[in-house]
Ligand binder design. Structure first.
Ligand SMILES: *Cc1c(COP(=O)(O)O)cnc(C)c1O
Length: 361
């Protein structure tokens, strides 16, 4: 295939075309420094300005004040599942977890492996994780409440964040960071693998409020301590320089070309609406998530039979619509419509789905 397709992959996922073009443009000689970003020192002034700009843009876009520190780490979101309880649940501290699917389940497991004192205060496993639990009760004195803001595999999303009182929320936002405005003051820690909505694989953004950071353990191997990376501004050792550079370009695109998070939220809501409207009005497609809990980022749906689903995915791919297969653990179909996917790209998918349904009904 010589032409670029519309990429609905769940992650690694589509990047904005202007960002890819900018990378190509600057690849051999980054802004007159005579080298590629792939080749420069992480201690150089050039890289320092890249990582600082990424941090400043992220803080501006999310409305984070100086109470928050931004870290660029490795190990993926999955590494945070272990690092969070390891750092914060020392002594007799406890945490609450809400289980809304595969990724929350993994986060819970990593705390349990370490023998940490955590409580699963709610779960939607009873209905195969098709909804976000309501009316939650949290444990007094818990150090944090862990949630997964968007459930990439099951296609659900917290539309409203729970009232946790004084307890800070810790959220895995891998698949919806910067897709919408959020009440940041509720959050003590936000983490996200970059490869869905922020950039390429290889870097994980961790945003920590300073009061929570102060609670983090000092008695861990250096590379496992948040404080190591906070004190050295993510430069304790060599960070994933190129991935951070691409994140910086994506943030610049979001801020300067799109016009910020409020703007992208509006676009994201329109995208999801036209897709869900088609699914809701059809007797051919069936959404899998409960309407009050469904995701604006990962739209999961079924067709009447598995054969038709296979045919749908194949025919879509032949028409330049790629990555529509559901996660291997659930089957069905999924359109991941992250920030880099335009409204017109989603309209193209909707048109395809409409004609596919007419043809195969
Ligand atoms: C993809 C994903 C992960 C796993 O991310 P890795 O960076 O591969 O560890 C974790 N949580 C959520 C919500 C995800 O979508």
């Amino acid at each position: 295939m010589s032409k670029r397709v519309i990429n609905f992959n769940p992650g690694p996922a589509a990047l904005p075309l202007p960002v890819l073009e900018e990378i190509r443009e600057e690849l051999l000689n980054y802004r007159g420094c005579g080298m590629s970003v792939l080749e420069i020192s992480h201690r150089s002034d050039t890289f320092t300005s890249i990582i600082q700009d990424a941090e400043e843009r992220l803080k501006r876009l999310m409305g984070l004040n100086d109470d928050y520190t931004v870290l660029f780490l490795q190990g993926g979101a999955s590494f945070q599942f272990a690092m969070i309880p390891m750092n914060f649940l020392v002594g007799n501290r406890t945490a609450d977890y809400v289980n809304t699917g595969t990724w929350s389940t993994k986060a819970i497991k990593e705390a349990q492996i370490q023998g940490k004192n955590i409580k699963v205060v709610a779960s939607s496993e009873d209905r195969d994780f098709t909804y976000i639990p309501r009316e939650l009760k949290f444990t007094e004195g818990a150090t944090y409440v862990h949630i997964t803001s968007n459930n990439t595999i099951k296609g659900t999303q917290w539309q409203e964040f729970p009232d946790t009182g004084e307890i800070p929320i810790v959220s895995d936002m891998s698949s919806d960071i910067l897709s919408r405005e959020i009440p940041v003051e509720k959050f003590g820690l936000i983490y996200a693998g970059a490869q869905k909505n922020l950039g390429p694989a290889g870097v994980t953004v961790v945003i920590i409020r300073k009061d929570l950071l102060e609670l983090a353990s000092d008695d861990l191997p250096t590379m496992l301590k948040y404080k190591t990376f906070a004190e050295k501004k993510s430069l304790f050792n060599t960070p994933p320089c190129f991935a951070i550079y691409v994140v910086q370009l994506v943030l610049k695109w979001l801020e300067e070309t799109v016009g910020g998070v409020e703007k992208i939220e509006e676009i994201n809501k329109q995208k999801a609406k036209i897709l869900y409207d088609l699914i809701d009005s059809s007797d051919f497609y069936r959404g899998t998530a409960r309407p009050d809990s469904r995701s604006f980022m990962n739209v999961t749906f079924r067709l009447p039979t598995q054969d038709l689903e296979m045919k749908f995915i194949e025919e879509a791919a032949a028409n330049g619509l790629s990555g529509l297969k559901g996660h291997r653990s659930v089957g069905g179909c999924r359109a991941s419509i992250y920030n880099a996917i335009s409204l017109s790209a989603v309209q193209t998918l909707v048109d395809f789905m409409d004609s596919f349904a007419k043809k195969h009904r």
